[in-house]
Design a protein around this ligand. Structure first.
Ligand code: F6P
Length: 541
């Protein structure tokens, strides 16, 4: 595969020179020069339309970005991912989340095994279990049907499930209570369970490794809570299921592996919501709607695998992220869904994108000499407008934005949806085009206020639109961002599928815990030692 350092690639150098020529160009000027540019800078796939006419790009920019994709062997790397190459080289693992949504009649043989058959065997087992919970025929230890489902997990074992549950509440079984516990802060567990009856509560312990401190701590507290409530350790069998790749640890915890839904080491945590980690989603919306979610993902997978770069939504999105990050110097990017159901979508993307591409060395372990992942953050519109949009519009830092909306509302109340979409389009336009001093003054604004009211504009943004929020549309949107993350990671020569940067903090926390209890004496830097002493004093230790 690619050998040349990224910055020596002809397309990279051409993009650097091209960016220089673009410094004086504004988005407003681009539209003045070509009022119909929306026709050229849009693409459609898997039910989503991407408008990127309000990016600071020309046809030449796009040509060079596509050239960069070719020079960096993006098509070959994409095929390597889809066919099970060990792209996660530091852990020697394939990267096959796309196999989780292959249709039943497909086949993908990896290391001698047809993974599609295995995937569907787990999906069928999940479906049988989910149907029992939904039919209230999965009974708890005392014979009560399960009415509360609590997912215990963190990171990829939490963010995808929470995001999908919130996004698909409108097609969920409203008679079931779904809760999510992730933080090791005991408050999370206590508040999630305080009003629940243990006799009607099922815990899904979701952890790829089944060793994660937060999840195992919460799972132990859940077991204590359940046994205290029902008075018998034998109750665990009816109230706990595990979702994991680690059967030994599941058994060690005391969950019967007959009540375990497995997945594989080729599913990264932040790419796992289409695996058994999605069990809470399936219980909430039912197996058929869950399969629609998978079908949406598969449709976007196929689009990404087959469409030419200029028509390929994830490729365009990822290449535009690279353009904004490396050539226009944007350190942040916001994701602004104009849909309240997508409340946790930005948080979900944060892990997917930043844990994947927040790296300082290439896959081969060489230091990078280019910027890698931008920070991603965001909030649903219109709420964000009354919070941080001031900085987006007039701050000194340019933050490119993704706007997301659906044409048809799930909840069609009065004129709410027209107003919601009007706000979305207004914000995208104001960010792109701004308002000059002359335009402000022409309104009769007092001269001393003119500068305060100038909107510089020239803030690049894209808009993603789908017809309505269905499981299919959500699946396609998630897969779009998954593959955009892949595109960025491949251009930057990273391994987006490991996360070594999160390990050290875990080890240090393990060593500090006994210093807080008094089992060990503080032996760290003076700052940390003093904080430990203060903590111990407050707790009388
Ligand atoms: O934070 C690191 C991480 O390994 C994530 O990548 C992962 O999603 C999360 O912890 C949870 O891991 P597990 O599913 O093994 O409990």
């Amino acid at each position: 595969m690619t050998q040349t350092p990224l910055t020596s690639a002809p397309a990279w150098q051409a993009l650097t020179a091209h960016a220089e020529t673009m410094t004086g160009t504004t988005i407003r000027a681009l539209f003045d020069a070509d009022p119909q540019r929306a026709d050229a800078f849009g693409a459609e796939g898997a039910g989503w339309f991407l408008d990127y006419a309000k990016q600071r790009v020309t046809g030449e920019t796009l040509d060079l970005l596509c050239q960069l994709a070719d020079e960096r062997d993006l098509a070959a790397r994409r095929e390597a991912m889809f066919t099970g190459a060990h792209l996660n080289n530091t852990e020697d693992r394939a990267v096959l989340h796309t196999a989780l949504r292959l249709p039943r009649d497909a086949s993908l043989v990896v290391d001698g095994t047809d993974v599609v058959a295995e995937v569907h065997a787990v999906l069928d087992a999940m479906a049988a279990f989910a149907e029992q919970v939904r039919a209230r025929t999965w009974l708890g230890f005392t014979g009560e049907p399960i009415r509360n489902v609590v997912n215990i997990g963190i990171g990829g074992s939490d963010l995808g499930p929470v995001m999908a549950y919130l996004a698909l509440r409108h097609v969920s079984d409203r008679g079931l209570v779904l809760r999510f516990v992730s933080n090791v802060d005991g408050t999370d567990f206590v508040e999630a369970t305080r009003d629940l009856d243990p006799a009607e509560t099922l815990f899904l312990v979701a952890s790829k490794t089944f060793t994660t401190q937060e999840t195992m701590t919460n799972a132990r507290s859940a077991r204590d809570w359940l046994v205290a409530g029902l008075g018998d350790p034998a109750a665990v069998a009816r109230h706990f299921v595990a979702i994991s790749t680690n059967a030994d640890k599941v058994a060690e915890f005391g969950i019967d592996t007959a009540n375990m839904f497995g997945f594989w080491d080729w599913v990264g945590g932040r790419y796992s919501m289409s695996s058994a980690i999605g069990l809470s989603t399936m219980i909430a919306v039912g197996p058929d709607r869950f399969r629609e979610l998978l079908a949406g993902m598969h449709a976007m997978d196929t689009h990404f695998r087959t469409a030419p770069w200029r028509e390929n939504l994830p490729a365009l999105h990822g290449l535009l992220c690279v353009w904004n990050r490396n050539f226009l110097g944007a350190a942040d990017q916001v994701v602004l869904p104009y849909d309240q159901y997508l409340l946790r979508f930005p948080a979900y993307l944060q892990q997917m994108i930043m844990e994947s591409n927040g790296k300082r060395v290439t896959a081969a372990g060489e230091p990078v000499h280019w910027e890698t992942s931008a920070s991603f953050w965001g909030e649903p519109g219109t709420n964000g407008q009354h919070s941080f949009y001031q900085m987006l519009h007039q701050g000194t830092t340019i933050v490119p934005a993704d706007f997301i909306f659906f044409a048809r509302p799930v909840n069609d109340v009065g004129d709410h949806h027209d107003l919601l979409v009007a706000n979305c389009l207004a914000q995208a336009g104001v960010m792109a085009f701004g308002r000059t001093a002359e335009e402000v003054a022409a309104d009769g604004t007092a001269p001393d206020l003119v500068e305060h009211k100038v909107m510089p504009g020239n803030r690049p943004n894209s808009t993603l639109v789908a017809e309505t929020l269905t499981p299919f549309a959500l699946g396609a949107l998630v897969a779009l961002y998954e593959h955009s993350t892949f595109v960025q990671g491949m251009i930057w020569d990273l391994n987006p599928y490991d996360q070594w940067g999160v390990q050290l903090g875990k080890l240090v926390a393990d060593s500090i815990a006994p210093m807080l209890t008094g089992e060990a004496e503080p032996s760290l830097d003076s700052s940390t030692n003093a904080l430990i002493a203060r903590y111990r004093a407050a707790r009388g230790r």
